[in-house]
Ligand binder design. Structure first.
Ligand code: FES
Length: 499
């Protein structure tokens, strides 16, 4: 299945070189998404020399698979932050996100980035009477936070919606063009950006980062990889989930104006976007923990059925899936690593990363430059909040432990390589050893160890995206074993073929 996102399908790669040889800079940033490129801009402006190492192409990791929505509230609703931390914290979260949204708009204007940044009203509506109370709580939290929220019965959708929470002056943009064109604008001798430069080793003590083609020595290291790669305590406090998106063409021209979410759980989001003169309806929904999906369930088909039941759909143009990490206590982790003083990380954004990413970049850049940042304590990566995170922490880590136990006791799908269907992956037990086997369309097999190179969980086959996904901390591997996304750094071990 082609899983090109609408953002990839409506943009062109920029084309930066791969790292070769040795260089020395003030700051090395691992990851060329919205967090890494914004941090590179802020640091190079402050006079620091910077190198960005992107494993693939700028913006084509999580940013290029995101929603393109920019909003002050949170996808899981801000009132949960109020319930856990109090209104003052909820107000600070909304203010920090609002400030960052304005900053992004200013950046688009300043650099003249062709990413179609548009302010839009944002509606969140209940789909059942049982959700009306949630709407009221979210409204009160936003109102008390000073945000432009109101309740309305005017909801511009082509199907009946009785009422909604409306938040004015939210926004949408093309996230991939934002990052690509910003990277192009800031690239210079002091801000060097490298693509196809996958990090294979980080020496925190020596502050050296190595790729296959070279190495960067730096005073500071920023892990802007969504989930920090390598081993970090914070990996036990954020939990990987995947969600599914479609961009569809409608038969008529009734593309809704605005951004629409539902209060149901898991929720759906609906909006339209115009790229290269073509309008699309974007619908996002369905949710499961990474590597813990039901093989029989077609999540894309469920999103498509949701869209077709509400709109006059002509065809599906793009379909994609994206990963996000939910934090145990509702807030992301931004700042210094708990183990090394010169390494910074930013994770636990949930699906709110298009704003949390640049916000993290600003907090980290300020710390490196010795400047105060008024949001730094709010999102402190070294915080210890057992009273607020214990419930989720215990539930999610019990889930991780259960995956270890279940997978190490589980049976293989097949006993012979020949039983693996073409274009599919299966777990096979050969000579008493459990193996992850992929058979391509030509009938050729790739046999790998199924043991995740991060902390040893067993990977699961993801048939929609043709990848091996780890259910513990969300590492994903290609069919040849190479890492798609971390925290794992090393590829799955290759095994000899025997049948
Ligand atoms: Fe941690 Fe696989 S991602 S064990």
């Amino acid at each position: 299945m082609d899983t090109t996102s609408i953002w990839e399908g409506t943009s062109a790669e920029v084309g930066f070189p791969a790292l070769s040889g040795e260089i020395e800079v003030d700051v090395v940033i691992i990851g060329g998404g919205i967090t890494g490129i914004t941090a590179a801009m802020l640091l190079s402006r402050a006079g620091k020399s910077v190198a960005v190492l992107e494993a693939n192409h700028v913006g084509q990791g999580t940013t290029g698979y995101s929603t393109g929505n920019l909003y002050v509230t949170l996808a899981d609703q801000l009132y949960h932050v109020r319930d856990k931390w109090g209104q003052e914290t909820a107000t600070a979260v909304a203010a920090s996100r609002s400030e960052t949204l304005d900053y992004l708009e200013g950046t688009v204007v300043e650099f003249n980035l062709p990413c179609r940044f548009d302010r839009r009203p944002h509606y969140i509506f209940p789909t059942h009477d049982s959700q009306v109370e949630k709407m009221q709580r979210e409204y009160e939290t936003l109102r008390d936070a000073g945000q432009p929220a109101s309740l309305t019965r005017e909801v511009p959708l082509p199907f009946p919606v009785d009422q909604a929470l409306k938040i004015d002056r939210q926004a949408q943009f093309h996230p991939l063009i934002f990052v690509q064109s910003l990277a192009k604008s800031i690239a210079s001798d002091r801000c060097r950006i490298f693509e196809d430069s996958k990090v294979v080793e980080i020496d925190d003590d020596q502050r050296v980062v190595r790729t296959a083609g070279g190495q960067v020595r730096a005073e500071k290291i920023i892990l802007a990889t969504h989930m920090p790669i390598g081993f970090h305590l914070v990996q036990t406090e954020v939990f990987p989930y995947r969600e599914y998106g479609l961009a569809l063409r409608l038969k008529g021209d009734s593309y809704p104006e605005g951004i629409f979410w539902t209060f149901e759980q898991p929720s759906h989001s609906i909006r339209s976007y115009e790229a290269d003169g073509t309008k699309y309806l974007i619908v996002i929904g369905e949710l499961h923990k990474t590597g813990q999906h039901d093989d029989l369930e077609d999540y894309y088909a469920k999103v498509e059925a949701y869209a077709r039941s509400r709109f006059d759909v002509e065809r599906v143009e793009f379909r994609w899936s994206a990963q996000h990490y939910r934090p145990a206590d509702e807030l992301p982790y931004i700042g210094r690593s708990s183990t090394t003083k010169d390494t910074y990380l930013a994770t636990g954004f949930g699906t709110n990363g298009l704003i949390y990413g640049p916000l993290a970049a600003a907090i980290i850049a300020d710390d490196i430059c010795g400047r105060e940042n008024r949001w730094a304590d709010l999102y402190n990566s070294r915080r210890f909040t057992p009273a607020k995170s214990a419930k989720e922490f215990l539930k999610e880590n019990a889930n991780v432990a259960a995956q270890y136990a279940k997978d190490y006791l589980s049976r293989a799908d097949v006993e012979r390589l020949g039983e693996v269907p073409r274009g599919e992956g299966r777990m096979a037990e050969l000579d008493g050893e459990m193996l992850a086997v992929y058979r391509d369309e030509n009938g050729e097999w790739t046999v790998l160890s199924p043991v995740c190179t991060h902390l040893g969980c067993i990977v699961h086959w993801n048939g929609w995206e043709k990848s091996w996904d780890c259910p513990c901390h969300g590492s994903r591997f290609r069919t040849d074993g190479e890492v798609i996304e971390g925290p794992a750094i090393a590829a799955l071990a290759k095994k000899a073929i025997r049948d």
